[in-house]
Write a protein of this length. Structure first.
Length: 83
């Protein structure tokens, strides 16, 4: 009997991205890996974990005012396209 569940392909990719993020600290590569998981496995739980990790990276590297300014611009663009 196995004690350890086998990882899915999404799980393996997430493990690699997470290691790149927290062990290697290569944020560029980890973002690419997280985005790849979201693209190839959009309905997997690892895709949601990847979104959260990208948000963590964004919040750690982008100044709060710059992030708010970007969010306001995105909101205004969406509102304009609805008109």
């Amino acid at each position: 009997m196995r004690n350890k569940a086998e990882l899915t392909e999404a799980g393996k990719q997430y493990t690699e991205a997470y290691a790149m993020h927290y062990s290697t600290k290569d944020l560029h590569k980890s973002i690419d890996l997280y985005r790849g998981i979201m693209a190839t496995h959009p309905n997997a739980k690892e895709a949601e974990y990847s979104r959260t990790q990208i948000q963590n990276i964004v919040q750690s590297v982008v100044p709060k005012q710059r992030l708010l300014d970007a969010q306001v611009e995105v909101a205004l663009t969406c509102l304009r396209s609805q008109s």
